[in-house]
Write a protein that binds this ligand. Structure first.
Ligand SMILES: [Zn+2]
Ligand SMILES: [Zn+2]
Length: 72
């Protein structure tokens, strides 16, 4: 359940460009709490105030991120 989400994030929702390789490469950030990609400059979600995920720098980082997600 999205108990922290106040639907403010919908205002900042990022729309993926057909020609781009992904949200992270476009500089968008992901809020795991709201389960949404945001077009937002801040470090924290404007909606639920959780710290946003940014693009992983390398594969090792990506694997760690994946492990974090599966653990949840
Ligand atoms: Zn939200
Ligand atoms: Zn959020």
């Amino acid at each position: 359940m999205r108990k922290y989400c106040k639907d403010i994030c919908k205002t900042y929702k990022a729309y993926k460009d057909e020609h781009s390789s992904g949200y992270y490469s476009e500089g968008y950030k992901r809020c795991i709490e709201c389960d949404i990609f945001l077009n937002w400059q801040g470090m924290r979600c404007p909606c639920c105030d959780h710290i946003l995920r940014i693009k992983p720098h390398n594969n090792q980082c990506k694997t760690r991120l994946l492990k974090q997600i599966t653990r949840l």
